[in-house]
Design a protein around this ligand. Structure first.
Ligand code: TYD
Ligand code: MG
Length: 439
């Protein structure tokens, strides 16, 4: 005989425990434990078939991809949308999720009807947005119905080729209790739509709000249920928007797609260059690797003498600890009085740099500002060690080739097997220093 099961789920982050908890051990919120009864757990049960012929399974994926007619998004997804694929698109409010969804709906409607379920905005609001985006597509259907059971019935009748739920925090199920947008509701809604999706081979795009802490509150707990998880990143102060794949059962993860938010919607940035070219000292171009491709970016520094006791290090788009380390390495190995200078570093276009291959460019940018000398049209790539050495980076050839395509002819890089015209190899910061003090 099975015992009566109870499960406690944190309403904030989805942590599960067989025992009650006052404070969630994961998100540290108090009084968020919600008791789930056995029937509720069963309601969310999984009755997918478990046995597939491996050969069939791999064919499904390869043969049946539907293009989104957006080069960036097709590339992001590993070649297009797979039937029955459930995609979670997370992002902070205002980043552009609904805009992207509507633009995607229009492009995808080449394949048939697309159903856009909006629990966030009224039909007329969406109509206005469509006008702003210049969409006049006849095969996009909109509904503001937000009860999943009747939605699924409607979807079955209408037979769309893509369903968009905007957002999963506003859709609810009448089969379980719990607040709309709470853990139990979100999980039930996503389970139900996924089951429908898999049985009917209809791809689904689930939109989810991410709270300020960066985790998709609630939605975090459905990440493992969906096939693909994509985050939409971008800061309000810039128009740059990045889609990043965190998980993809049907393609590579880590891939990114880059857009610019304009007055009439999101535009693909095909050249992937974030440079407003400047010949001013302090500006250095480098190549960072995101997903499977290089992106040219410009690092900008301002180094100024500090009259106060402690020199400031302020950065935007780069972890400030990186600046502190690079400044210390410059100070020690080049014997420069940089400890008494303020250093401000910026990355163009609102991009964030974590790739260590950009270290040398950061160091060069600092030196360029310090010596008030612009190095000329050059791409600088390399990792900097604490000992002042310049280290190899991965994919150097791809980075150089990409920069050549953009018109760059001079490269300062680490010693490596890569050879070619205009390539200058250096071993350490001293080698770099020469370019700033010699003519
Ligand atoms: P939205 O798609 O509503 O964001 P989300 O669904 O993620 O909350 O986009 C919101 C912002 O984008 C809003 O501040 C206005 C801006 N925007 C543009 O700049 N251009 C456009 O064409 C559209 C539709 C929106
Ligand atoms: Mg929205």
């Amino acid at each position: 005989m099975s015992k009566k099961k109870t499960l406690y789920v944190c309403d904030n982050c989805g942590y599960e425990s067989p025992k009650w908890f006052g404070k969630c051990p994961v998100c540290a919120e108090w009084n968020t434990a919600r008791e789930l009864k056995l029937e509720e757990i069963n309601n969310m049960g999984d009755d997918r078939p478990y046995v597939f012929l491996l050969k069939e399974a791999s064919q499904i994926e390869e043969n049946l991809r539907f293009s989104t007619y957006s080069e960036e998004i097709d590339n992001l997804l590993g070649g297009g949308v797979v039937p029955g694929q459930v995609i979670l698109l997370g992002g902070e409010p205002g980043v552009g999720k609904s805009t992207l969804a509507l633009q995607l709906a229009e492009k995808f409607s080449v394949h048939g009807n697309v159903l856009y379920v909006s629990g966030e905005e009224s039909v007329s609001q969406i109509g206005l947005r469509a006008k702003r985006l210049g969409l006049n597509e006849n095969s996009i259907y909109i509904t503001t119905k937000n009860e999943i059971e009747s939605l699924i019935l409607a979807i079955k009748k209408q037979k769309p080729v893509l369903v968009i739920l905007d957002s999963i925090q506003t859709i609810y199920s009448n089969s379980v209790e719990g607040v709309v947008g709470g853990v139990l509701q979100i999980r039930t809604v996503v389970e139900k739509i996924r089951k429908f999706s898999k049985e009917n081979n209809v791809p689904i795009l689930l939109i989810a709000h991410v709270n300020k802490e960066g985790n998709i509150a609630g939605p975090k707990l459905v990440e493992h249920i969906v096939d693909t998880v994509i985050y939409f990143e971008g800061e309000k102060s810039t128009d740059l928007r990045i889609l990043r794949v965190l998980k993809n059962r049907f393609g590579p993860s880590g891939e990114i797609a880059i857009f610019q938010m304009q007055n009439d919607g999101l535009k693909e940035l095909k050249d992937k260059i974030f440079i407003e070219e400047s010949n001013m000292p302090g500006n250095v171009v480098t190549s960072l690797f995101e997903g499977t491709r290089p992106i040219l970016v410009q690092v900008q520094s301002l180094v100024s003498r500090d009259k106060m006791a402690t020199a400031r290090r302020i950065s935007h788009g780069i972890d400030v600890r990186k600046i502190i380390i690079i400044a210390a390495v410059i100070s020690k190995h080049l014997n420069l009085p940089i400890d008494s200078h303020d250093i401000y570093v910026n990355v163009s276009g609102g991009l964030k740099i974590t790739d260590p291959a950009c270290d040398l460019a950061i160091a060069s940018s600092v030196l360029s500002s310090l010596f008030n000398k612009f190095l000329g049209k050059t791409v600088i790539i390399g990792e900097v060690g604490l000992d002042g050495s310049v280290r190899k980076v991965h994919n150097l050839k791809k980075r150089i080739d990409n920069a050549r395509k953009a018109g760059y002819k001079r490269f300062i890089v680490p010693y490596d097997e890569v050879n070619g015209e205009g390539i200058i190899k250096i071993r350490n910061l001293r080698d770099l220093y020469k370019y700033f003090v010699e003519d």
